[in-house]
Design a protein around this ligand. Structure first.
Ligand SMILES: Nc1nc2c(ncn2[C@@H]2O[C@H](COP(=O)(O)OP(=O)(O)OP(=O)(O)O)[C@@H](O)[C@H]2O)c(=O)[nH]1
Ligand SMILES: [Mg+2]
Length: 718
């Protein structure tokens, strides 16, 4: 395979609703570029892009796939993405690695949920967009309606470059209003015959041509002036305007295709080759040193890994994009994320699972390497001396969780390995080994996402597992101060044990001051502050440990042992055994024995005194609250809000954004179980949401009772 220079490379992400024909389009693009000799089909389970067993099983793309083709001496790297929203991780990383998105629209349905969702993903990262209305050969097409929906929902930057002459069964011709020609396709599709526009189409073609020229002129002031003085622009000027308009997202040009019949794909590819932006047209990334990294093939080699996968017989494959310089086989590099040296012994370009070895790749290009032991998604590799990194892919926060357990304990280790591999291939699957909940919690993007994960465990890794309801990581704290003394004394046989601790506990809030005097049962306790230890707890919140010992009643050397005893109880709160937080402890008095006092005695005295005080200090259960942001179509807002209220949610605000309403709310995690499924059924799949941990707050009294009851029952069962 030849080496492509930076200005000969285009990187595109294929977006669009599930079933809009991305994978089929990719197949036609590879065929037209001569990368494959036969076009596979979804039904035939033999497309280059959907090569994984689960994709054959379901007839959908599940992972993003890196492909490439050639057109007009340009290399076009294509990343086919899954349209189902649960797999948006693949969409986001693909957009990151591309300079332009091509979105397919299924002409039977026009703008669908996934169309809008992908449109927003591209908008968020300011990627240019080219639209391809697909399926024009289908018996139920509606081109005009699709265009109307696109204008309505995707905005007025939609501009037609083509329209179909004979949509529906038998579709074989489009009019191109940029070239002002008709393209007519043979029965098997492929390359069009270029014909003059028939007279009955002239008027419409002129009208659309003028709209295109005007839109092209809008993207550049000098073109606008030319347009005003000449009333039109040359094809070259129009192209210049279009290219600029695409980059600024001021125009989304629309093409007409049938991927299945390979109609229109040749001209779409040509347009991508000539007009789509390349890396040199796009904003220059800034590295961790604050310096711009130009895509200069003569610059220092620097690559970013945006995706990893695991392939049978090969193992790990890392897909990367060259940011600067060129990389050659056997290049020695350093991984800036962990400082480990790697040698790029083999370089590949990929079309699905087919890899072609290449000697070098230049800035802007996408390729893959295998068998790098210490490199994974989101890592950067540089030549020695440069420890650059880049702002990486921002994967969505998880929004669905379940507990998972191997049916047989003997599979536990295998399960751990399999889950780690699945996280590597899909960073939106997050595995949490919760010591606290005594569960393995898997976090993902939705119920379907995790069901697909389970399918892999069952069918590929052959590990039977069960999903269980995930427990909630409750916390405990206190609501008032309390005092307790405890004497630990043991004098039967051998060396004795003696330790006595007097302590006071009170609720801790950030910034609150220590007390100097407190009263319990009419008795005053004076507190002098001799030392203070503010401990940030691993599970969030604080324990403040105050040494208020007077007159040496307890030796300073026993203070750490008392703290140790207290920490043991902080790990198992008295109500539900959950971690405790936000407590201040004053150890202000006690007693020692000249011979029998030792660390164990004070640890036990500290532990029991703390435990007794805790029970009298108005203990309360805290629960995690999440901040949830939901985008819903306006007509479903009421239903979504009343559902949130049923989940003890508190709506913080609402804002209108184009055709959507954005609802912000705070909802307890305990009420978010299966939310993605519920929201989808309330809105017909037309809503999107994110959730992020916010804080711990006290649960209402009735919930506290229910949680304690459930905990006690569970304890009794064990
Ligand atoms: N008639 C017709 N059918 C098409 C066309 N393009 C795709 N299809 C069919 O539509 C179905 C879905 O096509 P895919 O290529 O898998 O769609 P996709 O966008 O990749 O879907 P996801 O991977 O789920 O996101 C398949 O059965 C295709 O054969 C087309 O141009 N015309
Ligand atoms: Mg697909």
């Amino acid at each position: 395979m030849k080496t492509y220079q930076t200005d000969q490379i285009k990187n595109i992400a294929l977006l669009g609703n599930s079933g809009s024909g991305k994978t089929t389009l990719a197949e036609a693009m590879l065929f037209n570029g001569g990368v494959i000799e036969r076009r596979g089909t979804i039904d035939g389970k033999n497309t280059v892009s959907d090569y994984r067993p689960i994709e054959h099983e379901n007839g959908n793309s599940i992972f993003s796939t890196v492909l490439y083709t050639e057109c007009q001496n340009k290399k076009i790297n294509i990343i086919d993405t899954p349209g189902l929203d649960d797999f948006s991780g693949g969409v986001i990383s693909s957009l990151y690695a591309s300079d332009c998105a091509v979105m397919t629209i299924n002409v039977q349905n026009g703008v669908e949920v996934g169309t809008e969702i992908h449109f927003r993903h591209a908008e968020k990262v300011h990627k240019p967009l080219i639209l391809a209305i697909n399926g024009l050969d289908h018996e139920k097409t509606n081109f005009e309606k699709s265009i109307e929906m696109m204008r309505d929902r995707l905005g007025s930057n939609i501009i037609l470059v083509q329209y179909p002459v004979n949509e529906g069964v038998g579709f074989n011709a489009v009019i191109d209003v940029l070239k002002m020609k008709m393209f007519q396709y043979p029965k098997d599709g492929g390359t069009a015959k270029v014909l003059d526009i028939p007279s009955d189409q002239k008027e419409r073609a002129e009208e659309l041509h003028n709209a295109l020229v005007e839109k092209a002129a809008e993207s550049d002031e000098s073109l606008m002036e030319l347009f005003f003085s000449n009333d039109t622009l040359t094809e070259e000027e129009i192209r210049k305007g279009i290219a600029k308009g695409i980059i600024s997202r001021g125009m989304f040009p629309v093409f007409c295709i049938s991927s299945k019949q390979n109609i229109g794909v040749d001209h779409l590819l040509e347009f991508i080759a000539s007009e789509a932006p390349s890396i040199t047209d796009m904003p220059v990334p800034v590295n961790s040193k604050g310096a711009e990294v130009k895509p200069d093939p003569a610059g220092p080699s620097s690559v970013y890994v945006f995706k990893s996968s695991i392939e049978e017989h090969i193992g790990e494959i890392n897909y990367f994009r060259v940011y600067s310089g060129k990389i050659t086989e056997n290049l020695d590099v350093v991984n800036s994320n962990n400082g480990i040296k790697e040698r790029l012994s083999q370089l590949y370009v990929c079309a699905g699972k087919n890899r072609t070895r290449v000697p070098e790749l230049h800035a802007g290009d996408i390729g893959a390497f295998v068998k790098l032991k210490n490199t994974k998604t989101d890592h950067t590799l540089n030549v020695a001396g440069n420890d650059w990194r880049y702002e990486g892919v921002k994967f969505p926060e998880p929004k669905y969780r379940t507990a998972i357990k191997a049916q047989s304990e003997s599979d536990d280790e295998k399960l751990g390995e399999a889950l780690n591999k699945m996280h590597l291939e899909d960073p939106t699957i997050i595995i949490e080994y919760s010591k606290e909940l005594k569960q393995i919690i898997v976090h993902g993007q939705g119920e379907y996402h995790l069901n697909i994960m389970k399918w892999h465990l069952d069918n590929i890794y052959k590990i039977p597992t069960n999903f269980n309801p995930p427990k909630i990581p409750y916390r405990e704290t206190i609501t008032k101060s309390a005092q307790a003394d405890y004497r630990h004394k043991k004098q039967s046989g051998g060396a004795g044990q003696f330790g006595e601790v007097h302590l006071i506990i009170e609720p801790y809030t950030e910034g609150s001051q220590e007390q100097t005097m407190m009263k319990f049962g009419g008795k005053e306790v004076k507190l002098s502050i001799r030392g203070k230890d503010e401990i940030d707890l691993d599970w969030g919140g604080k324990l403040v440990y105050v040494n208020s010992i007077v007159g040496g009643s307890i030796d300073a050397r026993f203070m750490p042992a008392i703290l140790k005893g207290i920490m043991e109880k902080m790990e198992v709160g008295p109500l539900t055994g959950s971690y405790a937080r936000d407590i201040r402890v004053y150890v202000y008095d006690g007693k020692m024995h000249p011979v029998d006092s030792n660390e164990i005695s004070f640890r036990l005295a500290g532990r029991n005194a703390f435990s007794n005080a805790f029970k009298n200090a108005g203990p309360k259960i805290l629960e995690p609250i999440y901040e949830v942001e939901i985008m819903v179509p306006s007509d479903r807002m009421g239903d979504v809000i009343s559902d949130l209220q049923g989940r003890r949610g508190m709506v913080l605000g609402m804002a209108s954004e184009k055709r959507f309403e954005v609802i912000k709310a705070r909802v307890p995690l305990a009420e978010m179980n299966k939310y993605s499924t519920a929201l989808s059924s309330i809105t017909g799949g037309r809503a999107m949401y994110t959730m992020k941990f916010s804080e711990y707050t006290q649960v209402p009294g009735d919930v506290q009772e229910a949680v304690i009851k459930a905990y006690t029952e569970e304890e009794e069962e064990e």
